[in-house]
Design a protein around this ligand. Structure first.
Ligand code: CTP
Length: 411
């Protein structure tokens, strides 16, 4: 159940050292099932309560914990970790972590990230009631609130220590999710004010009034991309070939049949900030469209069907010198030599990225395969190189692409 608020958003989760750390595992799951990506940072003390292995497995990301990890600092670094997050959750936040935050200490990765962050921060304290009510902790809470930090909890109730009760229990994962939702909803949408054109589906190229040339594209991936971009606040205009799936929510749609109609519709929608070409445009059309249904003559059909090439819509937009969208993304449907063929398309069509997918029947994708099915495995090609994404649903591919578009357009 993807939620608009969380879809494509990245939450940096800082896990402090407390018994409540086990609840953060559930929090990760709850956030991810709503469409957020979760990047975990653990303090050294947190690793005494939950293992980085379980945190990393649930987050499907690397667990960051060391400020002076050469590899991480080189690769990602605390500044980038801080900048790439849409919001930061500190759960559980110990009295010690709160004290460091309130005083701007930065002697480990978690606190360095918090000091470098400009994203909104939510703190879920968890500590013994005596520690929570201590004037020092309350002073720190006030300081943090004045700095704009939001709080959820702590709740009152029984503590892990036998016989102790009072305020200090960490808020439940769903309460933290609700508080993060409020925080994220108060932020501007990452693609607000951006105009994006998306093509999707096959094209039908008529031979005569009843026959046409087509391909197996379902439009599922392109429609999912349009929907994901709209969820991030973009004004999306989808130009769709003939498909059997419905129009995505909050997206304007122009329905077309042929490649030439698709090109005209796309050109009429420019200028745009970005354009994503997910349609499987028919490369050829019949040279002439017969006005009447072609008849068998003496038991024989026409021996040949002369074809002519269709305009390449992506190449026409990607290679523009004037009025080119800032970001142009193409797809490549390949049955062999994915990298070689996809890479060639990148240059030839003037795209910033090519989303290459293996549409061969033996791609290893179960069910109906990539064309028509619900899953996809892609390689993202750019002039910087190739990134292989693991197999995932077409909706997840769309979320990740939308997040990439937001990141690139923000540059
Ligand atoms: N494309 C397009 N117009 C065309 C053909 C393709 O806009 N007439 C776009 C597709 O939407 C996709 C990309 O170009 O983003 C690559 O499409 P693909 O069918 O893989 O490439 P082709 O150029 O058709 O090359 P080939 O069929 O030889 O692999």
């Amino acid at each position: 159940m993807i939620e608009q608020t969380f879809a494509g958003r990245s939450v940096l989760l800082i896990i402090g050292g407390g018994i409540a750390a086990y609840k953060s595992l559930d929090l990760i799951r709850r956030l991810r099932e709503r469409g957020a990506s979760v990047r975990p940072v653990m303090t050294a003390a947190a690793a005494e309560f939950v293992t980085p292995l379980s945190v990393g497995a649930l987050a499907a990301d690397k667990v960051f914990s060391d400020l002076f990890d050469r590899e991480d600092e080189h690769d990602v670094g605390h500044i980038r970790l801080a900048r790439e997050a849409d919001c930061i959750a500190v759960a559980p936040a110990t009295a010690d972590l709160m004290a460091k935050m309130a005083n701007g200490l930065a002697n480990d990765l978690a606190t360095a990230v918090l000091l470098a962050a400009d994203a909104p921060i939510l703190v879920a304290p968890a500590m013994n009631p005596a520690m929570w009510s201590h004037p020092a902790t309350q002073r720190n809470r006030e300081t943090l609130e004045m700095d704009g930090v939001a709080f959820v909890g702590p709740n009152s109730g029984e503590m892990a220590e036998a016989g102790e009760a009072g305020a200090g229990r960490m808020a439940e994962p769903l309460e933290i999710v609700a508080a993060l939702r409020d925080l994220l909803d108060s932020l501007p949408m990452p693609l607000a004010g951006k105009r994006i054109v998306v093509t999707s589906g096959p094209t039908h190229e008529p031979i005569d009034p009843v026959r046409y040339i087509a391909n197996r594209s379902s439009g599922k991936q392109g429609h999912a991309v349009a929907a994901a971009l709209a969820r991030l606040g973009a004004a999306v205009h989808l130009v769709s070939g003939p498909v059997t799936i419905g129009d995505p929510a909050d997206v304007e749609v122009t329905h077309v049949q042929t490649a030439r109609e698709m090109r005209d519709a796309v050109e009429a929608l420019l200028p745009a900030d970005a354009a994503v070409f997910a349609a499987a445009v028919a490369d050829w059309r019949a040279q002439t469209e017969a006005g009447e249904k072609l008849k068998k003559a003496g038991g024989k059909g026409p021996e040949t069907l002369p074809l002519t090439e269709n305009p390449d819509i992506l190449a026409g937009v990607g290679n523009r010198t004037k009025g080119r969208p800032a970001l142009v993304i193409g797809f490549a449907a390949e049955t062999e030599k994915l990298l070689e063929h996809g890479g060639a398309k990148l240059a030839r069509k003037g795209a910033d990225y090519i989303v290459a997918n293996d549409v061969s029947p033996d791609s290893g994708i179960g069910g109906e395969g990539v064309m028509g099915g619900d899953r996809n495995r892609i390689v993202l090609l750019s002039p910087d190189g190739a990134a292989e994404w693991p197999e995932m649903s077409k909706d997840e591919v769309a979320e990740r692409l939308a997040a990439l578009v937001a990141e690139r357009l923000a540059e």
